[in-house]
Design a protein around this ligand. Structure first.
Ligand code: AMP
Length: 382
């Protein structure tokens, strides 16, 4: 992966910088700017070295040029973060001259998601160099993440992109031990390849959330009306077999918080085992499991977490995820949160700044852990 330093002298060069400013827009303003702030070191470094920036990002999934997907609020917000004027270019044919220009939503261009070579050429014609800091979009081959890279003089990864890739590679190849992986969330099939990697590379793998349900079902427990992905049963069975459960690395809940419906107002019970009666569903780990999982976190030197350990959006089912988040915030270990909903949980608990690394690209981070190729990363090689 080429870095910004490999670009050499970039004084007065026009840099096309792909950023991931796909942020929530609330009432015509940027709602949460955490993602934008993470790209600022790259933008500041390029400006310090004298480059002129043309920022390119997508926002949502526009079908046409719907105004609600305009990056105008984002351009206004960058100008505050960088303390400099930021102009918005309405399209590729009307790019004003300026130190920092933001191009309108690149997905207004139909060729973007098709990695259309013509669009890539038009983008490249606007720049001398290309810097990609949009790790969260690197698992997609689009014109602004892949097509444009070989068409400019020089290209490189931005500082955020680089730190995302370096962090994942570090924990997968050189983690301090014990190395603990925590897997939660809803869909086993999305994450089974990642779990498989952790069964090889980690020392302990804690499972929680709806992820745990197919495992419990395969082990012969009653799962009541809990969310259980049918296609997840076979992968769960294979994972248990590969692990040699219960004598391997996998840990499953030993008690549960159950409810009669998926809602804040549900009737809630804590059960001492993992057999869920009909008409009930498990929505969080119980207190004994919480204590066991927190104890594992305290022993670990490297911890990776992806996926909430219960339906944390509802207060009665947030205790498990909160306990994990707090224990991660308190440990001296290297802590990595794989973005997505576990990132949202960290932010909701006000602990996002207490971890070593919070990924801005949940999907891309999981692909990298799986060992899949990221087209956006490949485009920055050699
Ligand atoms: P994922 O996108 O796979 O990480 O799943 C995240 C979602 O899983 C969150 O919205 C959680 O509310 C949900 N979730 C976590 N645990 C459970 C559970 N035990 N039952 C139902 N949904 C859950």
């Amino acid at each position: 992966m080429r870095t910004i330093d490999s670009l050499g002298d970039i004084e007065a060069k026009r840099a096309l910088v792909r950023v991931d400013f796909n942020v929530p827009i609330v009432g015509g303003k940027v709602g949460d700017d955490a993602r934008m702030r993470r790209a600022m070191p790259t933008l500041e470094l390029l400006l310090e070295r004298g480059a002129k920036l043309l920022l390119v990002s997508h926002l949502g999934r526009p079908k046409d040029r719907e105004p609600e997907f305009s990056l105008a609020p984002v351009a206004e917000h960058i100008s505050k973060l960088l303390h400099t004027e930021v102009q918005l270019a309405p399209d590729l044919d009307n790019v004003p001259d300026g130190d920092v220009v933001m191009l309108e939503n690149i997905r207004y261009e139909p060729g973007e998601t098709k990695n259309d070579p013509e669009l890539a050429k038009r983008l490249a014609a606007l720049a001398d160099i290309y810097v990609n800091d949009a790790f969260g979009t690197s698992h997609r081959a689009h014109a602004s993440t892949v097509g444009v890279a070989p068409l400019v003089e020089r290209s490189a990864a931005g500082l955020l992109f680089q730190s995302e890739v370096d962090t994942i590679r570090l924990i997968m190849n050189h983690a301090d031990r014990p190395f603990l992986a925590i897997m939660g969330g809803a869909k086993v099939t999305d994450k089974i390849a990642v779990m498989d990697k952790f069964l090889d590379s980690a020392d302990i793998v804690l499972v929680g959330g709806a992820m745990a349900t197919p495992f419990l079902k395969v082990l012969g427990h009653d799962i009541g009306d809990g969310l259980c992905e049918e296609e997840g049963l076979e992968p769960a069975r294979e994972a248990l077999e590969k692990d040699g459960y219960p004598n391997g690395k996998l840990r499953l809940p030993v008690d549960l918080v159950i409810a009669d419906e998926f809602s804040e107002d549900a009737e809630v019970q804590i059960i001492p085992g993992v057999d869920v009666p009909d008409g009930w569903m498990q929505l969080d780990i119980g207190s004994k499991t919480r204590t066991e999982y927190v104890a594992e976190i305290r022993k670990a030197q490297t911890i990776f977490w992806n996926g909430p350990i219960g339906a944390f959006e509802h207060k009665p089912f947030a205790a498990g995820s909160l306990a994990i988040a707090q224990a991660m915030a308190q440990t001296e270990a290297t802590t990595v949160v794989g973005g997505g909903d576990s990132g949202a949980a960290m932010a909701e608990f006000g602990l996002a700044h207490s971890v070593t690394h919070l990924s801005t690209g949940g999907g891309a981070a999981l692909k990298l852990i799986e060992g899949s190729t990221l087209p956006g990363l490949e485009a920055l090689k050699a």
